[in-house]
Design a protein. Sequence first.
Length: 247
Amino acid sequence: MLGSVPPIRRRWRRTLRSGLFWTALGLGSASITYALNMDVAARSLGFDRTLASVFLALVPIPALALGVHGVALSLRLRAASLLADRTADYLSEHLPEGYVVVPHYGPRDGGDEEVAMVVIGPPGVVVIEPHDEPGEVLCHEDHWYRKQKFGLGRRISGMSPSQRARWNAARVRSDIASGGFVRTSVEPLVVFTSASLGDVSSSSVPALAGVDAMVDRLVRGPRADGTPARTRGVADTLAEPVRLAVV
């Protein structure tokens, strides 16, 4: 299945390359610092020997910090990317004809972040934000938590799933409107593929537990003007310049 953003250009790969660059730069700086003659370095810098040693020891730290942060972020982004791929594959196998599944959609607003998944079909356009949190999940005014035995537990890291879904839906809606489909329905949806849902009534967008519930919502949910011709027209609008795969 093709997505709007080619695999080589996906954000987690760019972030990983940046993280590795800064890590290599930091390690190189540390190696040079270790090999320096402190007496010569102190005279060159105009410091005493102790101050020069401290200064040179601190030089690699910013690059190493950027590198470690970049690599850690790329691993989280890669996990989210793989989850989007698995979810898209499941939808491709279980949705009937007439649906178009677009993983890793790249909006034309110039933003760095991809939209995890867009589904086009009889319900209109559905922007899906998949998450793979374990256990039970709760939502309080768009702040999401994993429930633990005592209290709410730990807040889900990163941007709120419901806020991200709503933001991505607005980005997709803007792209569709630029293609002439101004009145097309665009619905944000949060899907937790592994977790169960507790009280999520204060979420600003609908939330579902499990991929089967997601398929059921797409197939049996409210219908918009989702004729095959309109579905193809909306898909073609989002496909520029990449061709989409029809389920």
